[in-house]
Design a protein around this ligand. Structure first.
Ligand code: GLC
Length: 461
């Protein structure tokens, strides 16, 4: 790792967007601050190095097949939904198969939905309202225990997703009008978060659904959840537990959700893009949900990592926990790419060059810089044709120098020092989603300042 110089800065979400001129939109900005919960950058280093995670949405909605919002969208009555849960007995299912896939992807951590907004807990949860759990009904299995065990055996860090809110409580939709019922939901939440943390000791706690009555933001519902108290309980069992920002406390990293393209500058704080491998219409299983294009997915991952983020890729297994052959094969392709090019991803930092949208971005470690060329056209212009797209600016190198440039197969790349920086000339190459040029530097790369940025406001300009 290069040098990191921590700093603390206050920025509103709108300032962030205008400063970075980016379409990266962090969710849940402006959560409560808490000195006692704040971790150091080095506590988060393992996660920032891991880069790639697998996200798994699986629950009763995987039987229905209309997405994880089916219960609400289709107003399925509680008793009908419960019946589906009672009849849900996956065949030949082992969480090991998910971990095989996670490993094949090259993921270093996996995040499982343990309880979505529908309230069905996938573990033996004494705090569950109405014993609505996979251990009490249906298959009588504790899937979270199985998953945690698989993660440990496969050597991946364990992430648990938990939705604070639960549609079964009318108090969720009217917390002020029905405070007693809302309090029951909150009690369930505190009990379940403590169960998850004490029993499974996750590395990552990934909240969702902090907003109340489907409106406002997670941060605006902090008055209700009292997230500093909640997360203080969670941290009792793992003082270095990484927690996302969706509980109304600002969290340890920022989240950009969904399949929107990534552009703009490096964001020098820990952040994660979570998105679906399929169309993104739903996070849970849906038949015939098309798997995204390989090149597009690779470029999305590279665009995230070149801006300092982690990539959490979601899959929705079917009711038997099976991951479709189309998804598995795409994951395998991405994994193959990472097995060859992972050195330019894992354990790197973004920079030193700011990305040029759609053209290139960079990652680095020690004396190596990987230039991820997404569009080689500007680098194939005649050597005398210089423009900001094909000259790497020297000023960001702070006196450091590029000694040589070559492709990952060892082919040398022509490099010429110009007034403003370094002009690279690429040879004709077969089409690829990312052409990686390895730059060897004279000295270890000096990075952008990384540190604590506390965002407030909504993030909308
Ligand atoms: C949104 C959706 C939810 C999904 C989550 C994944 O918050 O409401 O269904 O689980 O995104 O990040």
């Amino acid at each position: 790792m290069g040098e990191t110089k921590p700093f603390t800065k206050e920025l509103t979400g709108a300032e962030l967007q205008s400063k970075l001129k980016s379409n990266i939109h962090f969710k849940s900005l402006g959560g409560q601050r808490s000195d006692s919960l704040t971790l150091t950058l080095s506590d988060k280093e393992w996660w920032m190095n891991d880069k790639i995670g697998l996200f798994i949405h699986w629950g009763i909605y995987s039987v229905i097949g209309h997405g994880e919002w089916a219960k609400f969208n289709e107003q399925i009555p509680d008793d009908v939904y419960r019946k589906t849960a009672e009849e849900w007995i996956p065949k030949d299912f082992s969480t090991d198969a998910w971990l095989e896939t996670a490993r094949d992807l090259g993921a270093k951590y996996a995040v499982m939905v343990t309880r979505h907004h529908d309230g069905f807990a996938l573990w033996d949860s004494p705090a569950s309202y109405g014993s609505f759990t996979s251990a009490a009904i249906g298959a009588h299995r504790d899937y979270v225990a199985e998953f945690a065990d698989s993660c440990r055996r496969y050597g991946l860090r364990l992430g648990l997703y938990y939705s604070l809110m639960d549609w079964r409580f009318p108090g969720y939709f009217d917390p002020k009008g029905l405070p007693e019922n809302a309090a029951l939901m909150k009690k369930q939440c505190y009990g379940q978060v403590e169960e998850l943390c004490s029993r499974f000791r996750p590395d990552i706690l990934w909240y969702d659904g902090g907003w109340l009555a489907h409106s406002g933001s997670d941060a605006s519902a902090a008055w209700f959840w009292d997230p500093v108290r909640l997360n203080t309980i969670a941290r009792k069992y793992n003082p270095k537990l990484l927690i996302n920002p969706r509980s109304g406390w600002e969290g340890d990293f920022y989240c950009d959700e969904g399949s929107a393209e990534i552009d703009g500058n490096i964001i020098p704080v820990p952040w994660e893009k979570n998105m679906c491998i399929c169309s993104g219409k739903s996070w849970g299983w849906m038949a015939d949900d098309p798997v995204s294009d390989f090149d597009w997915l690779i470029r999305m991952m590279v665009n995230v990592v070149c801006r300092g983020g982690n990539w959490l890729l979601n899959i929705g297994p079917d009711c038997n926990g099976k991951i479709s052959p189309e998804i598995r094969s795409r994951i395998h392709e991405i994994g193959e790419w990472l097995r060859i090019s992972g050195d330019s991803i894992y354990g790197t930092k973004a920079g030193p060059f700011e990305p040029v949208d759609h053209i290139y971005g960079s990652t680095c470690r020690d004396r190596t810089v990987w230039l991820h060329v997404l569009d080689p056209a500007p680098f194939r212009l005649p050597p005398e044709a210089e423009n900001p797209q094909n000259v790497l600016p020297a000023d960001v190198l702070k006196g450091n120098e590029i000694l040589s440039a070559h492709l990952t197969d060892g082919t040398e790349v022509a490099l010429r020092k110009t007034k403003g920086g370094y002009r690279l000339v690429l040879p004709e190459l077969p089409a690829a989603p990312d052409t990686i040029v390895v730059l060897t530097m004279k000295d270890p790369v000096q990075l952008l300042e990384w540190g604590e940025i506390h965002f407030s406001g909504s993030g909308k300009s």
